[in-house]
Write a protein that binds this ligand. Structure first.
Ligand code: MIG
Length: 711
């Protein structure tokens, strides 16, 4: 074993001959020292840590359940899991970073390994935390720090800066699996205009393609696609098509032919392209682990950019597999054996399970191979890199052809991909518990490097109610990725698909979101730049008493959310770790009042956003607009809670260039005097004319000051 030092006291340990996963930016140079943790090296390498009664574990990214991961068995192995029930041990992401918090100290760990890793955080034995790494070649990164936040920040520094989307990606996006043609998409667009609902884009699901073939557009369902894309874009509305991992096997289909000719597909044991089936029927999987294949597939996104597309979602890239030839054959044989027979209970369940288990059977992962720098690796060994590397390919192509920022999200991911795209959290359901899940999951994912994140608002599967959509939007209004998406054959879920009242409430919430975009964008950019979290659990700042609160979150340094996530509730208990100002926000109005530290009831109507502002902090608000392209910075409103003094750095740029052109850092300072405030605005945003300050003090007295920026 070799050990090496990275930035800021971070240490790396190298076991065997690991595959270079590209997860971290910093590599470090090995030097020999000994490793003290207990471990057993075999085919599965087991690391073992002692768990004391008060120990907590944070991180591990996209997983269900509590933020404190203690007491579970969580598997890091990307999986197309369509049912997010409490018993599930894995979802689409493999995020091997966590912080083990002890009473006196805390340590971060990252396991740089592309295959399966299982974390038993005290499930089998509540005094032991074991990590099973399914292999013997890996790297382990150990991160010391004086606080959880410091550890996370150091990890983010070695992992590298997150993907930065265009500013328009912070708008509201409507989506639905089942929008079948251009008329229907155009109908959605027009309805948003008619109903005065803001909109920055519409996602296109499978039906825009010809026979589920990547890089095609159905001529029949989407004639004059390019003109349509241009028409919407002129109005500031973007179309975001889906791309799946599998390439349809069909002679004369250019992607298939080129893939074969260029040796781009994953191979089976005999050395022929491996055949699996997904949406288009039989497919081959591009071997994204080959750099030439990433280049080739990445370039194909030009088909979309040539049509005016500036955003894509990569789906089914765990990869999801409906069946492969061998398993299907065995299942069909079994079924024919059963024909005419009197099936007893065992045979019946065997028959039933054999078919049910065709979907995403992990045996498939032993049957196909990747080539990494010419060396053959079974898929199973490098499984967690597949979606990640597909997204790196897409990032390469989109950047090359657009030469500006673009929206890119992926379903499967591993750490490293955070530099190339964002993620949505997959097929959740229209359940209240999944709204709560969404709240809990955001910080865990954010800690692993991903910032452009969000869940399907309203829930993907199942039937959404107007109340659930409204409550969910009250939370998602603060997530960088804000998309309402639903599955085929579920109840329509657009803001106008319910009652007039739901429409009015969601309109007010969405307009509130647009007022927050200047702040959210600024917070996002600063957080990425400074390796700070966008979403932060209370437990990171506060000790006992607040550690267990997992349905309240901090956004940036300024605000705390405490969303309602239960049905038929107009109020909830909020526990404030410090005194804060309570803010209510609608399209036009803002209200402020003081809230003392400690537990209290907070009532929430369905038509507004409500959150808390920390002491000596302020947030800028813009004016709502029908989309980001129409947001104006001429006039800002600043809400501040000042007892002494506060300073806010407001970041803005042109929102689209690579390298953040026209970057502006405006500094706003407020200092409280006896009965007035000193206000200073340094380096004002170039469009800015006035700032309307609304400042609340410790007595709850609000002063309004209109500040004209001298030019
Ligand atoms: O097998 O493209 O998570 O967002 O609507 C389902 C259809 C495939 C899964 C994605 C979902 C998308 C759906 N896809």
């Amino acid at each position: 074993m070799q050990s090496y030092k990275l930035n800021n006291g971070v240490e790396g340990f190298e076991f065997g001959t690991p595959i270079d996963t590209g997860a971290l930016l910093e590599k470090g140079t090995p030097e020999k020292i000994d490793f003290k943790e207990k471990m057993a090296v075999g085919k599965i390498t087991t690391l073992e840590f002692e768990l004391l009664p008060k120990d907590r574990i944070y991180g591990l990214g996209e997983h269900l359940g509590s933020m404190n991961r203690r007491g579970k068995r969580l598997r890091s192995y990307c999986r197309d899991e369509a049912n997010h029930t409490e018993d599930k041990n894995e979802l689409y992401g493999a995020h091997n970073f966590f912080v083990h918090v002890k009473e006196q100290e805390q340590t971060g760990f990252f396991i740089d390994f592309p295959g399966e890793v299982v974390y038993d955080t005290g499930f089998q034995d509540d005094k032991r935390f074991t990590i099973e790494i399914h292999g013997k070649d890996f790297r382990l990164i150990k991160i010391p720090g004086n606080s959880i936040e410091e550890i996370v920040s150091r990890f983010l520094q070695v992992a590298g800066k997150a993907y930065i989307p265009p500013k328009w990606a912070f708008g509201y996006f409507q989506s639905r699996w089942g929008y079948k043609d251009v008329a229907e998409i155009n109908g959605v667009y027009e309805r948003f205009q008619q109903e005065d609902l803001p909109l920055d884009g519409i996602y296109l699901d499978l039906d825009y393609m010809e026979d589920f073939k990547n890089f095609t557009v159905s001529r029949q369902r989407f004639p004059k696609f390019k003109e349509f894309v241009a028409k919407l874009k002129r109005d500031g509305v973007y179309l975001v098509p889906i791309i799946d991992a599998g390439v349809k096997i069909e002679p004369d289909y250019d992607i298939y032919e080129e893939g074969l000719a260029g040796n781009h597909f994953c191979l089976n044991a005999q050395g022929n392209p491996y055949v699996a089936a997904v949406w288009p029927g039989k497919v081959h999987f591009p071997d994204f682990l080959q750099s030439k294949t990433r280049k080739w597939f990445g370039e194909k996104y030009q088909f979309l950019t040539d049509l005016g597309i500036e955003g894509v979602w990569n789906d089914m890239n765990e990869p999801a597999i409906f069946y492969d030839e061998k398993n299907l054959e065995e299942a069909v044989d079994l079924a024919s054996d059963c024909r005419g027979k009197n099936l007893n209970v065992h045979k019946f369940f065997e028959l039933k399970d054999t078919f049910a288990n065709l979907l995403n059977d992990e045996d498939y992962h032993q049957r196909f191979y990747h080539r990494i720098q010419g060396k053959k690796h079974p898929h199973r060994e490098v499984h967690n890199l597949y979606g990640d590397y597909m997204t790196r390919a897409a990032n390469y192509g989109l950047q090359k052809h657009l030469n500006k920022r673009f929206l890119l999200i992926s379903r499967a991911s591993s750490i490293g991909m955070h530099r190339y795209g964002g993620i949505w959290t997959g097929d959740n359901a229209s359940w209240w518990s999944h709204l709560e899940e969404n709240i809990r999951m955001m910080p865990s994912i954010n800690m692993c490097g991903f910032y452009y994140i969000g869940a399907d608002t309203g829930g993907f599967g199942g039937q959404c109610s107007g109340e659930l959509l409204t409550r969910w939007l009250q939370f998602s209004a603060f997530t960088p990725l804000l998309r309402n998406h639903s599955a085929l054959d579920t109840r329509p879920q657009e803001p106008y698909a319910f009652s007039q009242e739901v429409l009015e409430n969601t309109r007010s919430i969405l307009k509130g979101r647009y007022r927050l975009i200047p702040y959210l964008y600024s917070t996002y950019m600063k957080a990425v730049e400074e390796y700070q979290l966008f979403f932060k659990p209370l437990a990171f700042d506060y000790g006992e008493g607040y550690q267990e609160i997992e349905d309240q979150l901090f956004i940036g340094e300024e605000i705390m959310l405490a969303p309602i996530h239960k049905k038929n509730q107009s109020q909830r208990l909020v526990d404030l770790p410090e005194k804060m100002a309570r803010i209510t926000l609608t399209d036009q109005e803002t209200e402020m009042s003081l809230a003392p530290a400690g537990p209290q009831k907070l009532s929430y109507d369905l038509d507004h956003l409500r959150f808390f502002l920390r002491e000596n902090k302020m947030i800028p608000l813009g004016k709502s607009a029908k989309n980001v392209s129409k947001l104006s910075m001429k006039k800002l409103e600043v809400l501040a809670y000042i007892t002494n003094q506060g300073e806010h750095v407001f970041y803005d740029d042109d929102g689209i260039s690579l390298g953040n052109k026209e970057k502006n850092l405006m500094k706003i300072r407020i200092k409280s005097r006896e009965d007035f405030y000193d206000i200073e605005v340094k380096n004002p945003h170039k469009e800015l004319e006035t700032i309307d300050f609304k400042i609340i003090n410790d007595n709850g007295r609000i002063q309004k000051i209109s500040y004209r920026v001298k030019t």
